[in-house]
Design a protein around this ligand. Structure first.
Ligand SMILES: NC(=O)c1ccc[n+]([C@@H]2O[C@H](COP(=O)([O-])OP(=O)(O)OC[C@H]3O[C@@H](n4cnc5c(N)ncnc54)[C@H](O)[C@@H]3O)[C@@H](O)[C@H]2O)c1
Length: 257
């Protein structure tokens, strides 16, 4: 259990990809610390469950079913946020993932899909948030990169997914570039780069390859798979006033890998 406090009390926070995995954990953690949540995802049933968990913390949440890789739904999403709350304090770009397999077999449409899912989503949501936060001269943007931004040994040996590595390295560069553009307006932009984190989606895969030579636990100095709370706490820190002087950085939450 973590302690519940007021580290983001009164803030309006939008979390994309909030219907599952890390996005859900991030949204619930921000709610526990006093934020009012807006959730976006393509998985309507998953959103309802996240909403239920947030309401159990005593905070309120609004859920939007939206494909954040497309311009029109993203514009509609932000319009709805401003209509409901009049402002946005925290944006967490969590949507991402995807796989291409080994490079010599990778399909063009899979390459395009992975870049689109990870980069285009972050671009579209960040553009809307930045225009607003720049004017208000305040705001926090937090992106999800990955340990894969430098390549992931277990993925490389057993699955192959260089498009994902390229996209998450892209997130690191995007984060830094946008941070510098927004710095004079008092808006901070950072990324969290998780190592292997157990979710419903990733857990079975990690266990399947753990006995092999480059198992994720073995390749992680702290000798465990991370839990969603490890990532949610890092995002919470970057979203809180404690991180006032931190911008343009990618924080590894990867057990020393
Ligand atoms: N789990 C890990 O080990 C790990 C490690 C490093 C980085 N990450 C990154 O963290 C983020 C979350 O990962 P996760 O493991 O929780 O993933 P996940 O697949 O469990 O959750 C992603 C969510 O995004 C939603 N989504 C997919 N496409 C969408 C779209 N076009 N529009 C709106 N929503 C969409 C899905 O419905 C899902 O709820 C991703 O960016 C991922 O790349 C995860």
């Amino acid at each position: 259990m973590h302690s519940h406090g007021q580290r983001v009390a009164g803030k309006i926070a939008l979390v994309t990809g909030a219907a599952n995995g890390l996005g859900r954990a991030i949204a619930v953690r921000l709610a526990e610390e006093g934020a009012t949540l807006v959730l976006a995802d393509v998985d309507t049933a998953g959103l309802a469950e996240t909403e239920r968990q947030i309401e159990a913390t005593g905070q309120s949440a609004m859920a939007f079913t939206a494909d954040v890789t497309e311009e029109a739904p993203v514009k509609a999403l932000f319009a709805a946020v401003f209509k409901a709350h009049g402002r946005l304090d925290i944006l967490v770009n969590d949507v991402g993932g995807g796989t291409t397999g080994r490079i010599w077999e990778a399909k063009l449409e899979d390459w395009d899909f992975v870049l689109r899912l990870n980069l285009r989503s972050a671009f579209l949501c960040t553009r809307e948030a930045a225009a607003h936060m720049r004017e208000r001269r305040s705001g926090r943007i937090i992106n999800l990169s990955s340990g894969a931004r430098e390549g992931t040994p277990w993925t490389a040996y057993y699955i192959g997914n260089s498009a994902y590595s390229a996209a998450k390295a892209g997130i690191h560069g995007f984060t830094r570039g946008v941070a510098l553009e927004l710095a004079e307006y008092g808006v901070t932009v950072n990324a969290v780069a998780p190592g292997p984190i157990e979710t419903e989606r990733t857990g079975p895969g990690f266990r399947k390859i753990e006995t092999l030579e480059y198992g994720p636990v073995r390749a992680t100095p702290l000798r465990r798979i991370g839990v969603p709370a490890d990532v949610a706490n890092a995002v919470l820190y970057l979203a809180s006033d404690e991180a006032n002087y931190v911008t343009g950085t990618t924080l590894a939450v990867a057990g020393g890998r």
